[in-house]
Design a protein around this ligand. Structure first.
Ligand code: THU
Length: 140
C-alpha cells in the first residue's frame, strides 16, 4: 500500500534520496538551470542514478530519468522496483510524460515513484497513477 503523504517512507527511501541528491548536482543545465536527479532501485537491489543533460538544440535535452534508465540497461539490470526524483524549487517535479512511458517499459504498474525536492519527500504515486491505461510491452 502506497500512501501519498509524509511520514511514508519505503525502506529504500533514504538510500535513493541520497543517491539522487548527489547526482542531481552533476546535472548539465546551462539553459534551464533546473537540476534534476533520479535514482532507480533495480531488481538486483542496485541503485542506479542519472541527471538531466541539456543541449543547445533544446529538444535534444535528456531527462534525469532517461539517463538513469540508460545507465541501468548499460550495467545489465533490466527491471525497475522503485524510482525517486529530486527536482529544483518547491513545486512538485513529477516525471514528464515521456519519462513515465520510459519507466513503464521496465516496471510494473504498481511500483512507487517518489517525488522530492532538495529538502526531502513531497509525494509518492504509483506508476499506474501517473500513467493510467498505459501502453506497455504486454500490449503488443
Ligand atoms: N526534467 C527532468 O530531468 N525530468 C523530469 O521529469 C522533468 C524535467 C528536466 C528537463 C530539463 O532539463 C529541465 O528539467 C527543465 O525542464
Amino acid at each position: 500500500m502506497i500512501t501519498k503523504d509524509p511520514p511514508f517512507r519505503s525502506k529504500n527511501f533514504d538510500k535513493l534520496f541520497i543517491a539522487a541528491k548527489q547526482v542531481r548536482l552533476k546535472a548539465y543545465v546551462p539553459y534551464s538551470k533546473f537540476l534534476v536527479g533520479a535514482a532507480i532501485l533495480t531488481e538486483k537491489n542496485n541503485i542506479v542514478v542519472g541527471c538531466n543533460v541539456e543541449n543547445a538544440a533544446y529538444p535534444q535535452t535528456q531527462c534525469a530519468e532517461a539517463t538513469a534508465i540508460g545507465n541501468m540497461i548499460s550495467q545489465g539490470d533490466r527491471f525497475i522496483q522503485e524510482v525517486l526524483v529530486i527536482g529544483s524549487g518547491k513545486k512538485l517535479c513529477s516525471p514528464c510524460g515521456g519519462c513515465r512511458q520510459r519507466i513503464r517499459e521496465f516496471a510494473a504498474l504498481t511500483i512507487p515513484i517518489h517525488m522530492c525536492n532538495e529538502n526531502g519527500f513531497q509525494k509518492t504515486l504509483t506508476l499506474n497513477e501517473l500513467l493510467p491505461e498505459a501502453f506497455g510491452p504486454e500490449n503488443l
